[in-house]
Design a protein around this ligand. Sequence first.
Ligand code: CP
Length: 303
Amino acid sequence: PRHLLDFQGWSEGRLNAILDNADTMLQVLDRPVKKVPALQGLTVCTAFFENSTRTRISFELAARRMSADVVSFAAGSSSLSKGESLRDTIETLTSYKVDAYVVRHPASGAAHQVARFSGKPTINAGDGRRAHPTQALLDAYTIRQEYGDLKGRRVAIIGDVRHSRVARSNAELLTRLGAEVVLCGPATLLPRELASLGATLTTDAQQAVKGAHAVMALRLQTERMDAGYLGSLQEYIRDYQVNERLMERAETGAIVLHPGPMNRDLEISADTADGPRSRVLKQVENGQAVRMSVLYHLLVGRG
Ligand code: CP
């Protein structure tokens, strides 16, 4: 595929090639001069219709590290406020000779629309609750970095699964790469249909982490939550917070992940987030290298 909108059409071989190439990108980022000419002459547009810290900044740095020009479209300061449509916005940007788009949007399917409107390679940086493929790739990379391989590893993903594009993309990718994935949360936040992604589902966090090599806490997305999804926060913390007490039930040496941004002491305890098991900042670091690898693959590689 020319686009990375989700993992449809992506073979295990191509996904592993992106992860393998991220090793090379990490080496580039370790050099005093962190720049290679791979994307010289190309222009990447980051089009964010929803807020972001990690994804937008790491994509912009990734493109610049490879010598691309970067133009950043921020919805809040754009002519969207005057009623301009997504289609007119993308057609306007494409007229400036943008070569590739990185898109985040609150509506599921918006990245597909951008790919269609622009006709340019498009990367989904998160669309509604549907998919966030580069987050899943950097999570897979971080687990692989720890264990060498995903095959036979058990990954527990705990929290607000219902609203999480991160959970959906991870369930799809990690099972494709040979891991066992368990999705866990309160019944109201754990849609049964997600079993179709190849993951097992449980409302019991202690059961979920049993034998887990990696435990990922998900943010409670209160901004997407209708009343009634979440009961008392105290009960949520008691039953689902990723903390040292819960991690005692995981495999010895199991690591803790969180895609960020974190609600400290809500879905993850602050001491676990900052403790020796935590790979949260490693995920952030790896994100830049993995996104360099994705841009390279789509714009220079086989596409
Ligand atoms: N994990 C993630 O997508 O973070 P941002 O919303 O800050 O990009």
